[in-house]
Design a protein around this ligand. Sequence first.
Ligand code: NBP
Length: 482
Amino acid sequence: MTEQKKLAQIGVVGLAVMGSNIARNFARHGHTVAVYNRSHDKTEHFMENFASEGDFIPADSIESFVNSLERPRRALIMVKAGGPTDAVIEQLADAMEPGDIIIDGGNSLYTDTIRREAEMSERGLNFVGAGISGGEEGALNGPSIMPGGPEESYESLGPLLESVSAKVDGTPCCTHIGPNGAGHFVKMVHNGIEYADMQVIGEAYHLLRYAAGMDPQEIAEVFREWNSGDLDSYLVEITAEVLSQVDAETGKPLIDVIVDSAGQKGTGRWTVKAALDLGIPTTGIGEAVFARALSGARAQRAATIANLPAGQLVAEGVKDRAAFIEDVRRALYASKLVAYAQGFDEIKAGSQEHGWNVDPRDLATIWRGGCIIRAKFLNRIVEAYNNNPEVESLLLDPYFNNEMSGLIDSWRRIVVEATTRGLPIPVFASSLSYYDSLRAERLPAALIQGQRDFFGAHTYERTDKDGHFHTLWSGDRTEVEA
Ligand code: NBP
């Protein structure tokens, strides 16, 4: 009798940081995992180091990799986004059979995912674009997973992905998000919110440091305390860790020897580009992306530092430090609420545009664990959408609305304090302007409409009757109906 060949429940292509860790995570959960990497030495290295952690089937070619998978075959691609992902999809598709499932777990642009899903569907294959958040550590110990693609592929794939995802109160941080590009779109906005969240934390730190005159250790303690309240989140927690780190070489706080020029890989920029196309004002995310760009414009900054007039600045430190710290906490919380509200607005608009039917409650639920923006207050967002799935803005939810009443005065004071001291707070300030714009009974947009009509006969609507109107600006200035 011939021995039955053991098959894998899932295979991972790409054994760099993310792929290795997620393959190990699958194996640790009792799954047999096929592993393949373009450069075979990485597969050998992987087996040397981790074979003892579980059941792996190493492959030295795409064909043997595909042949080692049980049907329907499930292959998770964890390679560089863009061209490399297209190349691997093509190789897999050539070796696979109708009904098999290709999962792209990389940070792919959602429009690429829409295209790839259509191409694979024509070949009878299921293509799932899955956003995976949590970085290296999350991939190993439980990430937040946002799979898109056909609903039916989730039946076979869902239990596997859910088994390796993070769990919060027993609920997996993984659920089917919607068809084709929905998963990657949502992951993109998740990253955009992450940019805004990191920037507002940065602005709070900057104010405590340069307006309140606190040192990094003192500020680390403040963040530790904040982490036990409304701001309880992974990013606030790691902020305290970074601020308390001392540089071994110089004995200085590490923060003071790190170059103040922030990097970015593109998902924040994509979020803003998509928001511009959808006409959704994600100002918090936009300012956060621009703040990173400005920090990286080193030549320009070298020319402008100390060479731009600052005007009369308040030089002395804040008088009541405790009150100031509490004001900063509230400004941070308020700006963060705005960033989340804007991110959810973008997801709603994207979902409508593409007919994805994304349920915002699912996102707030699966972002509670595993991912970088995991935070206690996501529970409140779930409740807000439970109360009213159609709420026009999260800021209108009774809980958040009530929170805002307690935050707004501090937020205004902080924007004034920072401005009179010449300290940059792009997200604190722009989020407050966004908030006041939403509140405003009249916006200067009426004047813009007048100007547009003046130079381009673009017409305007009137407050007192229906229709579109044009003033004969270069004639006798009477009004005509357009
Ligand atoms: P990288 O993004 O650094 O990609 C390296 C992998 O891509 C290697 O396995 C490499 O194979 C493979 N590869 C390349 Br490059 N070109 C290839 C090609 N033409 N054909 C086949 N394989 C090719 O790996 P990573 O940092 O582990 O990230 C994997 C994915 O996960 C990316 O899309 C990333 O954006 C996403 N992601 C990363 C993080 C994170 O924290 N790092 C978090 C969330 C998502 P080789 O060994 O033969 O060169």
